[in-house]
Design a protein around this ligand. Structure first.
Ligand code: GUN
Length: 278
Protein backbone atom coordinates (compact mmCIF):
# COMPACT_ATOMS: atom_id res chain seq x y z
CA UNK A 1 0.00 0.00 0.00
CA UNK A 2 1.04 3.58 -0.55
CA UNK A 3 0.85 5.42 2.77
CA UNK A 4 -1.64 8.32 2.80
CA UNK A 5 0.13 11.35 4.25
CA UNK A 6 -2.66 13.85 3.61
CA UNK A 7 -4.86 12.85 6.55
CA UNK A 8 -1.93 13.22 8.95
CA UNK A 9 -1.02 16.60 7.44
CA UNK A 10 -4.57 17.97 7.73
CA UNK A 11 -4.86 16.86 11.34
CA UNK A 12 -1.50 18.45 12.21
CA UNK A 13 -2.40 21.69 10.45
CA UNK A 14 -5.63 21.92 12.44
CA UNK A 15 -3.77 21.39 15.72
CA UNK A 16 -1.14 23.95 14.77
CA UNK A 17 -3.73 26.56 13.80
CA UNK A 18 -5.34 26.21 17.24
CA UNK A 19 -1.99 26.58 19.02
CA UNK A 20 -0.95 29.57 16.90
CA UNK A 21 -4.31 31.26 17.51
CA UNK A 22 -3.88 30.77 21.24
CA UNK A 23 -0.42 32.35 21.10
CA UNK A 24 -1.72 35.24 18.96
CA UNK A 25 -4.50 35.84 21.49
CA UNK A 26 -1.84 36.38 24.13
CA UNK A 27 -0.02 38.84 21.85
CA UNK A 28 2.66 36.35 20.74
CA UNK A 29 3.38 36.02 17.02
CA UNK A 30 5.79 33.10 16.33
CA UNK A 31 8.52 34.29 13.99
CA UNK A 32 11.07 32.28 12.02
CA UNK A 33 14.33 33.74 10.71
CA UNK A 34 15.71 31.90 7.68
CA UNK A 35 19.35 32.36 6.68
CA UNK A 36 20.42 31.41 3.18
CA UNK A 37 24.05 31.40 2.08
CA UNK A 38 24.18 29.24 -1.05
CA UNK A 39 22.76 29.03 -4.53
CA UNK A 40 21.79 25.39 -4.21
CA UNK A 41 18.75 24.65 -6.40
CA UNK A 42 17.14 22.11 -4.05
CA UNK A 43 17.41 24.61 -1.18
CA UNK A 44 15.42 27.14 -3.20
CA UNK A 45 12.57 24.64 -3.43
CA UNK A 46 12.75 23.83 0.30
CA UNK A 47 12.70 27.54 1.15
CA UNK A 48 9.72 28.19 -1.12
CA UNK A 49 7.82 25.31 0.55
CA UNK A 50 8.72 26.58 4.01
CA UNK A 51 7.46 30.06 3.09
CA UNK A 52 4.22 28.63 1.76
CA UNK A 53 3.40 26.73 4.95
CA UNK A 54 4.35 29.75 7.12
CA UNK A 55 1.96 31.95 5.11
CA UNK A 56 -0.79 29.36 5.30
CA UNK A 57 -0.53 28.98 9.07
CA UNK A 58 0.10 32.63 9.90
CA UNK A 59 3.75 32.34 10.96
CA UNK A 60 5.91 35.45 10.54
CA UNK A 61 9.17 34.97 8.70
CA UNK A 62 12.26 36.94 7.77
CA UNK A 63 14.72 35.76 5.14
CA UNK A 64 18.37 36.81 5.14
CA UNK A 65 20.26 35.99 1.93
CA UNK A 66 24.03 36.23 1.66
CA UNK A 67 26.18 36.44 -1.47
CA UNK A 68 29.04 34.03 -2.18
CA UNK A 69 31.74 36.44 -0.95
CA UNK A 70 30.18 36.58 2.52
CA UNK A 71 32.27 35.67 5.56
CA UNK A 72 31.46 33.40 8.50
CA UNK A 73 31.79 36.41 10.79
CA UNK A 74 29.08 38.30 8.93
CA UNK A 75 26.62 35.43 9.31
CA UNK A 76 27.56 34.77 12.93
CA UNK A 77 27.12 38.44 13.75
CA UNK A 78 23.59 38.34 12.27
CA UNK A 79 22.80 35.18 14.26
CA UNK A 80 24.01 36.85 17.47
CA UNK A 81 21.60 39.74 16.84
CA UNK A 82 18.75 37.31 16.13
CA UNK A 83 19.59 35.40 19.34
CA UNK A 84 19.00 38.64 21.26
CA UNK A 85 15.87 39.69 19.32
CA UNK A 86 12.84 38.78 21.45
CA UNK A 87 10.47 38.97 18.45
CA UNK A 88 12.34 36.08 16.76
CA UNK A 89 11.55 32.61 18.15
CA UNK A 90 13.33 30.26 15.74
CA UNK A 91 16.47 30.53 13.61
CA UNK A 92 17.11 28.23 10.64
CA UNK A 93 20.28 28.13 8.56
CA UNK A 94 19.49 26.46 5.26
CA UNK A 95 22.03 23.76 4.32
CA UNK A 96 24.22 23.33 2.34
CA UNK A 97 26.21 26.55 2.77
CA UNK A 98 28.76 28.05 0.36
CA UNK A 99 31.79 25.73 0.46
CA UNK A 100 34.14 28.16 2.23
CA UNK A 101 31.82 28.50 5.23
CA UNK A 102 32.22 26.29 8.29
CA UNK A 103 28.71 24.99 8.93
CA UNK A 104 29.50 23.70 12.42
CA UNK A 105 30.76 27.10 13.58
CA UNK A 106 27.71 28.82 12.11
CA UNK A 107 25.14 26.32 13.42
CA UNK A 108 26.71 26.38 16.89
CA UNK A 109 26.24 30.14 17.11
CA UNK A 110 22.43 29.68 17.19
CA UNK A 111 21.30 29.76 20.80
CA UNK A 112 19.90 26.46 22.09
CA UNK A 113 16.37 27.69 22.65
CA UNK A 114 16.00 29.12 19.10
CA UNK A 115 17.56 26.18 17.22
CA UNK A 116 14.43 25.13 15.34
CA UNK A 117 16.31 22.54 13.21
CA UNK A 118 18.20 21.02 16.17
CA UNK A 119 21.44 20.92 14.15
CA UNK A 120 23.69 22.64 16.69
CA UNK A 121 26.08 20.62 18.84
CA UNK A 122 23.94 21.14 21.95
CA UNK A 123 20.71 20.00 20.34
CA UNK A 124 22.31 17.02 18.57
CA UNK A 125 23.91 15.84 21.78
CA UNK A 126 20.44 15.83 23.37
CA UNK A 127 19.30 13.27 20.79
CA UNK A 128 22.51 11.28 21.30
CA UNK A 129 21.78 11.20 25.03
CA UNK A 130 18.17 10.14 24.40
CA UNK A 131 16.68 13.42 25.70
CA UNK A 132 14.93 14.50 22.47
CA UNK A 133 13.86 18.03 23.35
CA UNK A 134 13.24 18.58 19.65
CA UNK A 135 14.13 16.41 16.66
CA UNK A 136 15.42 17.76 13.33
CA UNK A 137 12.49 18.30 10.96
CA UNK A 138 12.84 15.33 8.58
CA UNK A 139 13.39 12.72 11.34
CA UNK A 140 10.50 14.30 13.27
CA UNK A 141 8.26 13.97 10.20
CA UNK A 142 9.27 10.32 9.80
CA UNK A 143 8.50 9.54 13.45
CA UNK A 144 5.10 11.28 13.07
CA UNK A 145 4.26 9.03 10.11
CA UNK A 146 5.38 5.88 11.96
CA UNK A 147 3.46 6.91 15.12
CA UNK A 148 0.36 7.56 13.05
CA UNK A 149 0.60 4.05 11.56
CA UNK A 150 0.96 2.63 15.10
CA UNK A 151 4.19 0.92 14.10
CA UNK A 152 5.51 -1.36 16.84
CA UNK A 153 8.99 -0.02 17.63
CA UNK A 154 10.09 -2.32 20.44
CA UNK A 155 12.48 -4.91 19.15
CA UNK A 156 11.67 -4.11 15.50
CA UNK A 157 14.51 -4.36 13.00
CA UNK A 158 14.96 -0.81 11.74
CA UNK A 159 17.33 -0.28 8.84
CA UNK A 160 18.42 3.20 7.83
CA UNK A 161 20.11 3.73 4.47
CA UNK A 162 22.10 6.97 4.63
CA UNK A 163 24.21 8.53 7.38
CA UNK A 164 23.80 12.29 6.93
CA UNK A 165 23.62 14.64 9.91
CA UNK A 166 20.26 15.90 8.62
CA UNK A 167 18.45 12.56 8.26
CA UNK A 168 20.38 9.28 8.62
CA UNK A 169 22.13 9.74 11.96
CA UNK A 170 19.32 11.50 13.86
CA UNK A 171 16.58 9.11 12.63
CA UNK A 172 18.77 6.12 13.57
CA UNK A 173 19.16 7.56 17.09
CA UNK A 174 15.44 8.38 17.33
CA UNK A 175 14.59 4.77 16.42
CA UNK A 176 17.16 3.46 18.89
CA UNK A 177 15.60 5.70 21.56
CA UNK A 178 12.32 3.88 20.78
CA UNK A 179 13.92 0.47 21.37
CA UNK A 180 14.32 -0.63 17.76
CA UNK A 181 17.30 -2.74 16.78
CA UNK A 182 18.96 -0.30 14.41
CA UNK A 183 21.30 -0.94 11.49
CA UNK A 184 22.79 1.95 9.52
CA UNK A 185 23.75 1.19 5.91
CA UNK A 186 25.58 3.52 3.55
CA UNK A 187 27.50 3.79 0.29
CA UNK A 188 30.20 1.35 1.45
CA UNK A 189 27.82 -1.28 2.85
CA UNK A 190 28.50 -4.71 1.35
CA UNK A 191 25.40 -6.66 0.33
CA UNK A 192 22.74 -4.02 1.10
CA UNK A 193 19.97 -6.55 0.41
CA UNK A 194 21.04 -8.72 3.30
CA UNK A 195 20.01 -5.90 5.66
CA UNK A 196 16.98 -4.47 3.84
CA UNK A 197 15.35 -7.91 3.58
CA UNK A 198 15.32 -8.15 7.39
CA UNK A 199 13.90 -4.66 7.96
CA UNK A 200 10.50 -4.24 9.64
CA UNK A 201 11.07 -0.49 9.33
CA UNK A 202 13.17 0.75 6.42
CA UNK A 203 14.22 4.40 6.10
CA UNK A 204 15.76 5.20 2.74
CA UNK A 205 17.73 8.43 2.48
CA UNK A 206 20.39 7.50 -0.04
CA UNK A 207 19.81 10.00 -2.86
CA UNK A 208 19.82 7.16 -5.37
CA UNK A 209 16.79 6.87 -7.69
CA UNK A 210 14.82 3.62 -7.22
CA UNK A 211 17.66 2.01 -5.27
CA UNK A 212 15.25 -0.17 -3.28
CA UNK A 213 13.42 -2.78 -5.39
CA UNK A 214 10.62 -5.16 -4.41
CA UNK A 215 12.95 -8.17 -4.10
CA UNK A 216 14.96 -6.30 -1.46
CA UNK A 217 12.18 -5.76 1.08
CA UNK A 218 10.33 -7.84 3.64
CA UNK A 219 6.62 -8.59 3.13
CA UNK A 220 4.55 -6.19 5.28
CA UNK A 221 7.44 -3.85 6.10
CA UNK A 222 6.94 -0.11 6.65
CA UNK A 223 9.15 1.88 4.30
CA UNK A 224 9.83 5.61 4.42
CA UNK A 225 11.25 7.08 1.23
CA UNK A 226 13.23 10.27 1.89
CA UNK A 227 14.77 10.45 -1.59
CA UNK A 228 14.12 13.36 -3.94
CA UNK A 229 15.71 12.68 -7.34
CA UNK A 230 15.09 14.37 -10.66
CA UNK A 231 14.83 12.03 -13.61
CA UNK A 232 13.57 13.01 -17.06
CA UNK A 233 11.77 16.00 -15.63
CA UNK A 234 10.04 13.94 -12.92
CA UNK A 235 10.71 13.76 -9.20
CA UNK A 236 11.21 10.20 -8.03
CA UNK A 237 12.24 8.66 -4.74
CA UNK A 238 14.86 6.14 -3.64
CA UNK A 239 12.24 3.36 -3.65
CA UNK A 240 10.59 1.72 -6.64
CA UNK A 241 7.20 2.65 -5.17
CA UNK A 242 4.99 0.96 -7.76
CA UNK A 243 6.46 -2.53 -7.26
CA UNK A 244 7.40 -2.21 -3.58
CA UNK A 245 3.89 -1.04 -2.59
CA UNK A 246 2.49 -4.43 -3.70
CA UNK A 247 4.47 -6.07 -0.93
CA UNK A 248 4.96 -3.44 1.79
CA UNK A 249 3.71 -0.03 2.97
CA UNK A 250 5.67 2.85 1.47
CA UNK A 251 5.45 6.65 1.53
CA UNK A 252 5.01 8.39 -1.84
CA UNK A 253 7.46 10.76 -3.55
CA UNK A 254 6.58 13.54 -4.13
CA UNK A 255 3.97 14.30 -1.48
CA UNK A 256 5.40 12.15 1.31
CA UNK A 257 8.17 12.94 3.77
CA UNK A 258 8.86 16.33 2.11
CA UNK A 259 5.39 17.54 3.07
CA UNK A 260 5.82 16.24 6.63
CA UNK A 261 9.19 17.97 7.01
CA UNK A 262 7.77 21.47 6.63
CA UNK A 263 4.92 20.68 9.05
CA UNK A 264 7.51 19.41 11.55
CA UNK A 265 9.41 22.69 11.20
CA UNK A 266 6.31 24.63 12.24
CA UNK A 267 5.64 22.15 15.07
CA UNK A 268 9.17 22.74 16.35
CA UNK A 269 8.77 26.52 16.04
CA UNK A 270 5.45 26.52 17.88
CA UNK A 271 6.88 24.22 20.56
CA UNK A 272 9.88 26.45 21.24
CA UNK A 273 7.72 29.58 21.16
CA UNK A 274 5.31 28.10 23.71
CA UNK A 275 8.20 26.99 25.91
CA UNK A 276 9.93 30.35 25.82
CA UNK A 277 6.86 32.45 26.41
CA UNK A 278 5.26 30.39 29.21
N1 GUN B 1 18.78 21.15 3.81
C1 GUN B 1 18.16 19.99 3.49
N2 GUN B 1 17.25 19.67 4.46
C2 GUN B 1 17.31 20.66 5.37
C3 GUN B 1 16.62 20.90 6.59
O1 GUN B 1 15.75 20.15 7.04
N3 GUN B 1 16.97 22.03 7.25
C4 GUN B 1 17.93 22.88 6.79
N4 GUN B 1 18.22 23.95 7.54
N5 GUN B 1 18.60 22.68 5.69
C5 GUN B 1 18.28 21.58 4.96
Amino acid sequence: MIIDINTIIEEKKMNLKKKIEKLNNSGIYPKLAVIVASDDEASKIYIKNKKKICDELGILQEEYSFISSTSEDEIISLIKNLNEDSTVHGILVQLPLFKHLNKFKILDSICYKKDVDAFSRNCSSDIYLGIENILPCTPKGIISILDNLNVAYEGANAVVIGRSNIVGKPIALALLNRNCTVTICHRKTKDLEKYTKEADILIVSAGSPHLVKANMVKEGATIIDVGINRENGNIIGDVDTKEVSKKADVTPVPGGVGKMTVISLIENLVYITEKETK
